[in-house]
Design a protein around this ligand. Structure first.
Ligand SMILES: Nc1nc2c(ncn2[C@@H]2O[C@H](COP(=O)(O)OP(=O)(O)OP(=O)(O)O)[C@@H](O)[C@H]2O)c(=O)[nH]1
Length: 401
């Protein structure tokens, strides 16, 4: 009986053991992770914390895993030089202004051949009779020196030649050089007043009749100033002709100068005013204002020029008013000069196209007419063919070495 009871107990224990294992086994089965997908390889998801769990418990459990995913391949980098950027306009470096007249002296060859060399050969004649002096006078008049200056020069030469006695070519050259320089004048102030003021830039107004080379001169002058290390703003107050503003803007862009312009046919005084305003806010050194080329017979337009000047002067006085004259127009140029001088106070003359004329004597005549010095001369169409005027270098170019 005892054996039977023992056997029953053993059987019971064995049954309980097997049954519990099944329960545990079935529970474990329920907890098995889902079958991992083929790709990408994903390891077991992290155990989610449940409400009431200790905060730190699941955080760094070994079961907490990361997904191993392949990162997309890095895109090939475009080298910076291959990137297409809008092209910045290449700035030009203007030629230095010093010695420009000497460099460009060959451009005065037409005046040299008639005026300079002509005078020297006549003065070298063995007998300086009345006829020769008349020929000398004719040469000076033809070269547009003007009547009074011609008479003065001939008188001076007569006296000095008499005193000289023997006349070597070197003596004559020296004598003529001195007298021509004296006639042109060395005591006038030929500097361009382009020094900026404490709170505003210097302002230069460029005036003159159409076609004399005003816009070209304004552009070339910007280069002269940039070459001398100044910053420039351009004012396209020639609203009469749209192409003039484009032309000026192109000149400016070449040397990095901003151009202020207005609508075609707009008020030139307002463009000029805005240009100076822009110059002040940019802290520029100089503002150059190109005005419309207007015929002096059009009284209204001339009045307008006076208005441009008055309006600019609301910002402060204008430092330079440059009158551009075409050297090839001779006496006509002098008439223009007179009319412009009545409207605005001209402070300097720019004689353009001296390369295309034998009438270099106009330098003397125009200064006499206005009582204002020639400050710049145009010696060609090239961008750097505008030179500060120096009497000595000019006369040397006229009479040759
Ligand atoms: N040979 C020569 N040509 C020049 C010189 N200065 C200007 N020119 C030329 O003269 C022509 C007229 O020049 P512009 O600057 O357009 O004249 P502008 O006075 O502004 O004329 P508008 O705009 O009509 O008022 C252009 O073909 C210039 O290249 C110079 O010193 N020598």
């Amino acid at each position: 009986m005892e054996t039977v009871i023992l056997a029953v107990i053993i059987a019971l224990v064995a049954f309980v053991a097997v049954g519990g294992g099944l329960v545990v086994g079935s529970r474990r089965k329920k907890r098995l992770p889902p079958a991992p997908p083929a790709a990408p390889t994903v390891t077991e998801p992290p155990a989610e914390p449940h409400i009431g769990d200790e905060a730190e418990v699941p955080r760094d459990e070994p079961r907490r895993t990361i997904e191993e995913v392949e990162l997309p391949e890095a895109l090939p980098r475009t080298p910076p030089e291959a990137l297409e950027l809008p092209e910045a306009p290449e700035l030009e470096i203007p030629e230095p202004t010093e010695g420009r007249l000497v460099r460009l002296r060959s451009r005065l060859s037409r005046s040299q051949n008639t005026l300079g060399k002509g005078l020297l050969s006549l003065l070298s004649r063995e007998h300086l009779d009345e006829e020769t002096w008349e020929e000398i006078e004719d040469i000076l008049l033809t070269a547009d020196v003007g009547v009074t200056p011609t008479q003065e020069l001939v008188e001076r030469l007569r006296q000095r030649v008499k005193v000289l006695g023997t006349r070597t070519p070197a003596d004559l050259r020296q004598l003529l050089r001195e007298e021509l320089i004296a006639l042109i004048g060395t005591d006038s102030d030929r500097t361009l007043h382009t020094e900026s003021h404490e709170e505003r830039p210097a302002v230069v107004l460029v005036v003159g009749v159409n076609g004399t080379g005003k816009t070209t001169t304004t552009g070339k002058l910007a280069r002269v100033l940039v070459a001398d290390g100044r910053s420039v703003v351009l004012g396209a107050a020639d609203t009469f002709r749209a192409a003039a503003a484009d032309q000026l803007q192109t000149w400016g862009e070449r040397v990095g100068a901003r151009t202020v312009r207005g609508p075609e046919g707009g008020d030139p005084a307002s463009v000029a005013f805005d240009a100076v305003k822009e110059g002040i806010s940019e802290g520029a050194d100089v503002v150059l204002i190109d005005t419309a080329g207007r015929l002096h017979t059009k009284t209204g337009l001339m009045d307008e020029l006076g208005k441009v000047k008055r309006v600019i002067e609301k910002h402060g006085p204008v430092d330079e008013v440059l009158l551009v004259l075409d050297a090839t127009t001779g006496q006509n140029g002098l008439v223009q000069a007179r009319v412009f001088a009545e409207v605005v106070d001209i402070t300097g003359i720019v004689l353009t196209k001296l390369d295309g004329t034998a009438k270099g004597g106009i330098v003397v005549a125009v200064q006499r007419e206005l009582g204002v010095p020639v400050k710049l001369v145009g010696l060609g169409e090239g961008a750097d063919d505008l030179a500060p005027f120096e009497p000595g270098a000019f006369v040397d170019a006229l009479i040759g070495d």
